[in-house]
Each structure stands twice: as C-alpha cells, then as structure tokens.
Design a protein around this ligand. Structure first.
Ligand SMILES: [Cu+2]
Length: 107
C-alpha cells in the first residue's frame, strides 16, 4: 500500500513539470505583453531622453495613477511616439529614478 502511494506521488511529481513547461514555452508573447501599463503621452523631451505620461496604476513600482516625467532607457523608444498618443509601457525603478524600459503605441 505504501509503495503504491509513493509510486503515485512520484508519478504526479514527474508529470507536472512536463505539462507546466509546454504553455510557458509557447506563450512568450503573452508574457511580454502582460506587465505593460497604460498611459497617454503629455510631453516628449528627445534631447533630455524624457517622456511625460499620464499613467494608470503601475503595479511593478507600486504607483497610483498620475501625470509625471520618466527617464527613457533608450532614446529609440521615443521614435514614432507623439504627444497625445495612447501608449503601453514598462517602468523600472533605478535608484530614485523611474525609467521607461519599453514603450509602444496602443490602438
Ligand atoms: Cu507616477
């Protein structure tokens, strides 16, 4: 009886990682899109590599909705983005600064 129980536990322990690995491998696009926050562009400072966004709640850094300026990790992120655009973005806290690390226009 004990052997049967152990065999069952071992069987399920071995089976789970196999099932878990399949959706994770096939679902990389959803994984990237999920953490993005919603915002609207208020101001773009190309030279200063800054963007002012009116944003919704930012769960990744624990921030309520507001309008504020962010640094941008790469000036190329600002290309093709205009004031008034609705955007999806990702923010990272770097010391006392909040930096946009991902930015894309939202429909
Ligand atoms: Cu904010």
């Amino acid at each position: 009886m004990k052997n049967l129980l152990i065999a069952t536990l071992l069987g399920s322990a071995l089976a789970f990682p196999v099932y878990a690995a399949q959706p994770a491998a096939a679902d990389t696009s959803a994984e990237v899109a999920a953490p993005l926050s919603q915002g609207e562009v208020r101001k773009i400072d190309l030279a200063g590599q800054k963007i002012t966004l009116r944003h919704g709640p930012l769960k990744s850094v624990g921030m309520p909705p507001m309008t504020m300026a962010f640094g941008v990790s790469d000036a190329a992120l600002l290309e093709g983005i205009s004031v008034g655009d609705k955007v999806r973005f990702q923010v990272e806290q770097q010391g006392s600064r909040y930096v946009v690390t991902e930015l894309q226009a939202a429909e």
